[in-house]
Design a protein around this ligand. Structure first.
Ligand code: 3PG
Length: 395
C-alpha cells in the first residue's frame, strides 16, 4: 500500500520512518540528499492534516544515549529542506511523545530521538515496537536505505499499525524493479570498488541475472589474477582467485559475458599525477607497478557494450577515482551511460557506497534514470536478497 491508499488522515498521528543517517562534519549536515528524498512524503502527509512524527536512526550508538549521535543535530537541516518549523522530541515512546503530540496541530512535524538509543530497536523487540506504536495511528516507511535491517522501526511496527510505503520507497522499488526485477534486455551491470570480498554475493547473484558483467576497480585485479595475469603490486585478493574462477565458470554457464580490462593505467606509487604513470596492456604490468584505473581502449570497448544494452545497474567506481587522473575511466563510462540514458536507449540505475560520489564527480548523476540513496541496502538488493523492511510492507 502507498500513500494513495491512506484515506483521511486529518489529526491522525503518522509515524514515518525516514533515513536521517546523514553525512556530518563538525556538527553540520554535509549532504541533504536523503532529506530531499523523503520531503515529498513528509509534506504530503503534513499537508493532508496528519501530525507527522519522524522516526530514524543515526550512527551505531549500540542501544545507549550518546550526545554525539542525537538526532537534534539534524533538525536545522530538515527545517531548511522542508521550509517548515520542526519540533524535536528527545524520546521515541512514552509520555513525553504523547504530550508532544498533544500540543501539535494537524500538519505539524516532529523528529523523535535516534531509535538506536534503545536496545529494543536493533533487537526488533516487540515490546519496544508496541511502545512506539502506542502513540501512532499509522506507519509509513520511506527509508529503503534502512530496509535491509529487521529493526523495530523498519519491520516491527508493520505488525502493529496500518502500514504504507512512502513516496521515496515507492519510487525506489519501481526503479529497482525496472533494473533487475523485470528489466528490458540486454542488461549490463558495472561492479567496481576495491575488493571482491565485499561484493562476492553481489557477483555470484548477478552472473545469473545479467547479460554483461563489467568489472572495474581494485576487484578487477583479482579477476585478472584468476585469469593468470601478473598484476604486480596492485591491490589483489590472491586468496580469492579460486572463488573468482567459480564465478567466471558460473557466468559462462549462464551466458553472461564478463568484461575485464585489457589495458590499464599503472603507476609505481599511488599519488596524484605521479611521474611513473603509464598505460599498458594487462600482460605488461611490471612487478613494482600497480593498476589504478581501467585503460582508455577498454573503456571505449565498454562504452560499445553499453550501446548494445537496454538496462544498466551500476555499483562502484572503475578506478581510484578520488585521485586524479585515476578517475578517467569512471568519468568516461559514466558519461557514456548518461548520454545513452538521455537519448532514451538505456535505463540506468546506480547506488551503493562510493557510487553516487563517483557519478557526482563525473557530473552525470542527475542524468541517470535513478540514483539510489541506499548503501548497504542497495548491495543486499543486488545480491537478490529480500529486504525485511520491504517484505514487511508487502506482506
Ligand atoms: C545507511 O546509511 O546505509 C543506512 O542508514 C543504514 O545504516 P546502518 O548500516 O548503520 O544500518
Amino acid at each position: 500500500k502507498t500513500l494513495d491508499d491512506l484515506g483521511d488522515v486529518t489529526g491522525k498521528v503518522a509515524l514515518v520512518r525516514v533515513d536521517l543517517n546523514l553525512p556530518m562534519n563538525g556538527g553540520q549536515v554535509t549532504d541533504k540528499t536523503r532529506i530531499n528524498a523523503s520531503a515529498p512524503t513528509i509534506l504530503e502527509l503534513a499537508d493532508a492534516g496528519a501530525k507527522v512524527l519522524l522516526l530514524a536512526h543515526f550512527g551505531r550508538p549500540k542501544g545507549a544515549r550518546s550526545s554525539t549521535m542525537s538526532l537534534s543535530m539534524v533538525v536545522d537541516a530538515v527545517q531548511d529542506v522542508l521550509g517548515r518549523e520542526i519540533m524535536f522530541v528527545p524520546e521515541v515512546a512514552g509520555e513525553v511523545v504523547a504530550q508532544s503530540i498533544g500540543i501539535m496541530r494537524a500538519g505539524d512535524i516532529a523528529i523523535l530521538e535516534n531509535t538506536r538509543f534503545w536496545p529494543g530497536e536493533e533487537k526488533n523487540d516487540p515490546e519496544f515496537a508496541a511502545a512506539i506504536a502506542a502513540n501512532g495511528d499509522l506507519y509509513v516507511n520511506d527509508a529503503f536505505s534502512a530496509a535491509h535491517r529487521a529493526h523495530a522501526s523498519t519491520e516491527g511496527l508493520t505488525k502493529l499499525l496500518p502500514s504504507y510505503a512512502g513516496r521515496a520507497m515507492q519510487k525506489e522499488l519501481e526503479a529497482l524493479d525496472k533494473a533487475l526485477g523485470s528489466p528490458e534486455k540486454p542488461v549490463a551491470a558495472v561492479v567496481g570498488g576495491a575488493k571482491v570480498s565485499s561484493k562476492l554475493a553481489v557477483l555470484e547473484h548477478l552472473v545469473g541475472q545479467v547479460d554483461h558483467l563489467i568489472i572495474g576497480g581494485g576487484m578487477a585485479n583479482t579477476f585478472l589474477a584468476a585469469r593468470g595475469v601478473d598484476v604486480g603490486k596492485s591491490l589483489c585478493e590472491h586468496e580469492l582467485t579460486g572463488t573468482v574462477e567459480k564465478i567466471l565458470d558460473a557466468a559462462d554457464a549462464s551466458g553472461c559475458t564478463v568484461h575485464l580490462p585489457y589495458d590499464v593505467v599503472v603507476s609505481k606509487e599511488f599519488a596524484a599525477n605521479p611521474s611513473s604513470l603509464r598505460i599498458c596492456n594487462v600482460h605488461e604490468v611490471a612487478g613494482d607497478e600497480m593498476i589504478l584505473d581501467v585503460g582508455p581502449q577498454a573503456v571505449e570497448a565498454l562504452g560499445d557494450v553499453l550501446k548494445t544494452c537496454r538496462t544498466l545497474v551500476w555499483n562502484g567506481p572503475m578506478g581510484a577515482f578520488e585521485t586524479q587522473p585515476f578517475d578517467e575511466a569512471t568519468v568516461k563510462l559514466a558519461k557514456t551511460a548518461a548520454a545513452l540514458t538521455s537519448e532514451g536507449s538505456l535505463v540506468s540505475v546506480a547506488g551503493g557506497g562510493d557510487t553516487v560520489a563517483a557519478l557526482n564527480h563525473a557530473g552525470v548523476a542527475d542524468q541517470f534514470s535513478y540514483i539510489s540513496t541506499a548503501g548497504g541496502a542497495f548491495l543486499e538488493w543486488m545480491e537478490g536478497k529480500e529486504l525485511p523492511g520491504v517484505a514487511a510492507l508487502t506482506r
